[in-house]
Design a protein. Sequence first.
Length: 355
Amino acid sequence: MNNLDKRFKLIRISVAISSALILALLIILLTSSNPFQTMFDFLIGPLTTARRMGNVIELMIPLLFTGVGVSIMFSAGQVNLSSEGAFFLGGVAAAYVAVSFLLPLGIHPLAAIAAGGAVGAIVGVIPALLYLKFNALPVVSSLMINYVCMFLGLYVINYLIIDPQAGYLASLEYPKSSLLPRLFPVTRIHFGLFIAILVLVLGYLFLMKSKWGYSIRMIGKNPNFAKYSGIRVAYYILLSQLLGGAIAGMGGAIEQLGIYNRFQYQRLSGHGFDGILVAILAGYNPKLIPLATFFLAYIRTGADIMSRTSDVPIELIFIIQAVIIVFVAAERFLEGWKHKAIVKRSKEALVTEEV
C-alpha cells in the first residue's frame, strides 16, 4: 500500500506538471506571432548559454533553502506560510550586520547569516505559538505576519542603514568582507550553493533519518496518535517551525550576500512562496527538493527569456504554477484510478492466497 501511495503521488505530480506545460504551450500557440520560436526560447532558452544556465542555478540557491524550510514546517502538519517573511527579514538582518559591524573576512558573512537565521527562526515560530496558545490558524496568522515582516524590514532599511546617496530606498553598500565569493566569472553563482547543499543534506538526515524528524512526521500524519504514543506534540511543532524559519532566514541572508551589493528589495521577493511549491512538488522530502527546485528555476528562467525575446509576457509562469498547485493539492484528482488500483491489487492478493 505504501508503494502504491508513492506511485500515486508521483503520477499525480507528473500529470499536473504535464497539464500545466501543455496549457502554457497552447497559450503561446494562440497568442504569439511567432509561436515556435517562443516555445524554443521558453523550453530550450536556458540551455543556450553559460550565463543563462547560471541564472537557473542562481535561482535554485534561495529555493533550496525555502524548500527545505517549508518541508520541515509542513511535515508537522502546520500550514505555515511565514517562510516568505522569514526570507525577507533574514535578508534585512544580514544587511544590518553587514553594514553596521566591521568584522574579519570569513567571520563577517557567517555572523550575517547567523543573524538572518535567528530572525527567521523567530518569524517562523510565531504562528506556531499563536496556534498552540490561542488556537489561531497558522495559515491565516502566518500570511499576515509576512506583511508585518515586510514593513518592519523596510522600516529598518529606511531609518537605520539607508544610503542617502542611492536615489532610491536601499541600504548602504555591503563591505567586501561580508560578501560571499563568486564561483564562476560569467555567472553570479556564489559560495552559497555549497551552504545550500549542506543544508539540504542535513535537512534530509534530520527529517527522514532522525528520531526528531520521525516525531515531526508522525505529528503531521496523526497528531492524536502521536500524542497518545508519548510524543511531545507542542515541543516538536515548535522545533519544526523554528528550524524551518531559521533555514528560510539563512536563505534570505545568503541571497543578499551572494547576489547583491546592497539591500534593495522594496517588497516581498516571492522566494518563500516559491519554496512552498517546491516542497509540495517534492512531497516534503528533502531528497527530491533538488529536482523540484531545478524544474521551477528552469521554467522561471525560460519564461524570463521568452518575455524578453517575444510578445508573450512573463506572467505565463504564474498560470503554470497555479495549475500545478491546483492539481497537486486536489485530494480527489486521480482518486478513481487509485481506488481501482487498490481493488485490483486486493483481488490479486486474494487469488494468490487461494492458490
